[in-house]
Write a protein that binds this ligand. Structure first.
Ligand SMILES: *[C@@H]1O[C@H](CO)[C@@H](O)[C@H](O)[C@H]1NC(C)=O
Ligand SMILES: *[C@@H]1O[C@H](CO)[C@@H](O)[C@H](O)[C@H]1NC(C)=O
Ligand SMILES: *[C@@H]1O[C@H](CO)[C@@H](O)[C@H](O)[C@H]1NC(C)=O
Ligand SMILES: *[C@@H]1O[C@H](CO)[C@@H](O)[C@H](O)[C@H]1NC(C)=O
Length: 775
């Protein structure tokens, strides 16, 4: 019903907007648009000769349309569709198309498919993903994805964005030094998987819910075991990640599997690095075998940009460029970001390294995705979402969601009695100090950003409530020089101090990993001196992707509160002020472990092993395997209120039903394969959560399980989580349905999922419950 209304509205607009669209394409992409290139594919109304083409016929099945299109292309034309800046075919009315757009936390200007040079000058910039993940709120993840895809479609309609977005990044934040950890949902496979599925759905799902259509196409990257950029002399472009099968299927693969199987993502991007000696983009087991074979990807596999070229030029994995192109295509790669396949596929075919049928196969995956996006359905203005335009970008509502996301993610790590929240009647003057307090527009939006609608810095946010004095303390976050005297003078004369410290992209970014976990340069000295001089409460706000060793601040009584704000996005300053003045009760929880500095001194970033090794003192990684001291732990985060948990229902003994012939009927087994009739068992765990504090707030119930110690199992697994909002003295029962094979299984040494028999200890906060699984 709403479709037909949209169509009527759009027809009236379409002639004007088509003109506008061609005008914009002419001014914004002069180098890309050949003068004869059509503006959109299958413009049957403007070019009646296209009407007879099967691929333009919306009445046919997508598969038939794809076959028709491939049948019309010469080999040379086909090769033009193997690369991200696909050349288009004017004689068939198909325009140039750039596949590379990004939308990590808002429509981005990274990639050549989207830009902010036309009618749309900015798009809503949400917090960097690591902070959004800290909200542990799945509906928020999806709501953000939905706003981003709406803004993306709106920009597409005026020629400023593509339809294929290479987001999200679902790699595991394995090591705190990783410069791109900020882009990810953190270190835990369960959280990362849930984030991935929700964000992908938000991007892709159409309002009608038709699985054959995509609002925009998402892409889960970077497949796989990619989480090192540039550390000491190790580069992601040549790094060989040595990963055992257990870690592979226990840690690195699950988010990708969820993306494809549960999120129905339209694309997966393979990474730069090698895994166990093979470049991921040339590994038939990882691509054709797992992604397409086992997980049944409905979409295309794309390479990271230049990774095919690097197989030859940097990794020396192949002897010729043609061989790199052929090997990757034969492994299952469909699209090459950048031009290498375009330059070398012809020669690869001529020399018999790859057949045209392999190219057809790749194209069919690429075209099928474009079909689902409506790329071959004519004027985008006459399609669903065709009515979206500049008015739908940066709306008040969208910007409010950016502020809400930042508020929900902010993690309060320390709060001494009498510190936060500040009451504006008691705190009349504030000293705001630190290199991330103001002039941090770029810092707040992290990487893979676009042009935000507008920015509000922490200083601007705070001064909307109280008057403040301000000193950056150091001119850059590197803080090689600090102006400690002016900062302490401000601190001494204000009712309270807010220090905004941390990192920016000069210290942690793509292509740059950290080497230590301390605050850079003289930041620690500045913080300590300011706290010493302050007469009132001192709040240390850390803006960063990765965690720190801030033991000094944790132990400093003069520092009364500590808060981590990630890179909080365009509305970051408003959100920080909302939390500081108690207009929002913080509920974020750390999505990654904060290790002590000694950790990185002991552990080479290039060691991929997740599990500890007692033989050589290797401590293991993440909350699932690392049992050593932490500065702050995964899941840490406090509220202005207090919440208590009570177990109201939980299974104690579970006896699994096995086939008569099952080998474990006659012999002793430690675990069972996580397939078969016994997998139908579901355990119910009901936890009552009460808000026993004096203000309303949200609380995340994190349910962990410690499995029996077989197969070198993790210390604990995050089984699931649920965020609930509770008024003062309110209580609610959270019901977890725990699937024995999916949620209680562990991965064995060969990478297979197993249900361990014996005692599983479920825990929620300090609550513990023992569940015994037997046969
Ligand atoms: C795609 O990019 C490559 C390398 O920059 C260039 O040689 C080629 O002409 C481009 N193709 C199109 C269709 O723009
Ligand atoms: C190409 O096709 C021929 C004939 O079907 C087949 O024998 C050959 O193995 C194929 N080559 C490659 C590289 O797939
Ligand atoms: C930061 O953003 C604000 C608001 O959008 C703008 O007024 C200001 O000029 C920007 N500052 C810098 C240094 O770009
Ligand atoms: C989760 O996020 C949504 C969207 O912002 C919000 O409406 C909801 O209140 C949040 N849930 C909790 C429990 O905070």
């Amino acid at each position: 019903m709403s479709y037909s209304q949209q169509t009527r509205r759009n027809r009236a607009l379409s002639s004007v907007s088509t003109l506008l669209l061609s005008f914009l394409l002419c001014i914004s992409k002069p180098s890309n648009a050949q003068s004869s290139s059509p503006v959109f594919a299958c413009d049957v109304a403007g070019n009646p000769s296209l009407a007879g083409f099967g691929f333009c016929n919306t009445g046919l099945k997508a598969e038939a349309r794809v076959t028709d299109l491939i049948g019309r292309l010469t080999l040379e034309e086909k090769i033009g569709f193997l690369v991200s800046n696909a050349s288009g075919v004017s004689r068939l009315g198909i325009p140039y198309y750039n596949w590379w757009s990004e939308a990590l936390h808002g429509v981005s200007s990274v990639g050549r498919g989207s830009d902010f040079s036309g009618l749309v000058r900015g798009a809503t910039s949400f917090p960097q993903v690591i902070l959004t993940a800290a909200s542990f709120n799945i509906s928020l993840f999806q709501a953000i994805g939905k706003v981003v895809s709406t803004e993306a479609r709106a920009m597409h309609n005026v020629g400023q964005a593509g339809l294929t977005f290479w987001s999200p990044n679902v790699n595991i934040f394995r090591d705190p030094r990783w410069g791109r950890g900020q882009e990810t949902p953190g270190e835990d496979p369960t959280l990362t998987s849930k984030y991935a599925v929700a964000y992908v759905k938000g991007l892709q799902e159409t309002d009608g819910g038709d699985p054959n259509r995509l609002k925009v196409a998402a892409c889960c990257k970077h497949y796989t075991a990619y989480d090192l950029d540039e550390w000491k002399d190790v580069s992601r472009f040549t790094f060989n990640a040595v990963v055992n099968q257990q870690d592979m299927y226990d840690t690195f693969q699950p988010p990708f599997k969820s993306c494809v199987v549960d999120g129905n993502v339209a694309s997966v991007m393979c990474s730069y690095n090698k895994v166990n000696g093979k470049p991921t983009c040339a590994d038939p087991d990882l691509l054709s075998g797992v992604i397409r074979g086992q997980w049944k990807l409905n979409g295309y596999i794309v390479s990271d940009c230049d990774s095919v070229e690097f197989m030859y030029t940097r990794q020396h994995y192949t002897n010729t460029p043609e061989e790199a192109v052929a090997k990757s295509m034969l492994a299952g790669l469909d699209l090459n970001c950048d031009h290498y396949a375009g330059q070398h596929a012809m020669e690869a075919v001529k020399t018999g390294l790859v057949n045209e049928s392999a190219i057809d196969n790749a194209l069919s995956n690429n075209f099928a995705t474009l079909m689902r996006l409506g790329f071959f359905d004519g004027d985008p203005k006459n399609q669903p979402y065709g009515n979206l335009g500049p008015k739908d970008v940066c709306t008040a509502e969208n910007q409010e969601l950016a502020r809400e996301a930042a508020r929900q993610g902010i993690v309060l790590l320390k709060n001494s009695p009498g510190s936060l929240p500040f009451s504006p009647s008691a705190i009349k003057t504030l000293a705001v100090i630190g290199p991330n307090a103001h002039d941090v527009n770029q810092t707040m939006i992290g990487n893979y950003h676009g042009e935000p609608c507008k920015y509000t810095t922490p200083l601007q946010g705070l001064t909307q409530t109280v008057s403040a004095t301000y000193s950056p303390g150091c001119s850059k976050v590197a803080c090689t020089e600090a102006d400690i005297n002016s900062a302490t003078a401000l601190a001494a004369s204000a009712d309270a101090v807010v220090l905004v410290m941390g990192l920016d992209q000069t210290i942690e970014r793509e292509d740059l990993d950290r080497v230590n976990l301390n605050l850079p340069g003289k930041q620690q000295e500045l913080v300590t001196e300011v706290a010493r001089a302050a007469k009132g409460p001192v709040v240390l706000v850390i803006m960063s992707g990765g965690g720190f060793d801030i033991t000094f601040a944790k132990n400093d009584e003069k520092i009364t509160s500590i808060m981590w704000v990630g890179y909080p996005g365009e509305a970051g300053g408003l959100a920080i002020a909302d939390v500081i003045f108690g207009r929002h009760n913080p509920s974020g929880r750390l999505p990654m472990t904060w290790y002590p500095q000694t950790y990185v001194e002991k552990v080479p970033m290039s060691n991929m092993n997740m599990r500890p090794d007692e033989a050589n003192g290797y401590p293991g990684r993440t909350h699932r395997f690392y049992a050593g001291e932490t500065v702050y732990a995964f899941g840490d985060g406090i509220s202005y209120s207090k919440f208590s948990h009570r177990l109201v229902k939980a299974t104690r003994h579970l006896s699994l039903r096995l086939d008569e012939s099952h080998v474990c009927q006659s012999s002793e087994c430690q675990s069972l394969d996580a397939v078969g009739p016994h997998c139908e068992s579901v355990v119910e765990v009901h936890v009552e959560v009460s808000n026993v504090g004096d203000r309303e707030g949200s609380h995340t119930v994190l349910m962990f399980t410690s499995p029996p110690a077989v197969h070198r199992s993790p210390i604990k697994n995050l089984v699931g989580f649920e965020k609930v909002g509770l008024g003062k003295s309110e209580e609610v029962t959270v019901r977890f349905k725990v699937d024995v094979c999916k949620d209680l299984s562990v991965v064995d040494e060969t990478g297979k999922m197993k249900v361990a028999l014996g005692e599983h200890v479920l825990h929620v906060g300090s609550l513990k419950h023992s569940l015994t699984i037997s046969i």
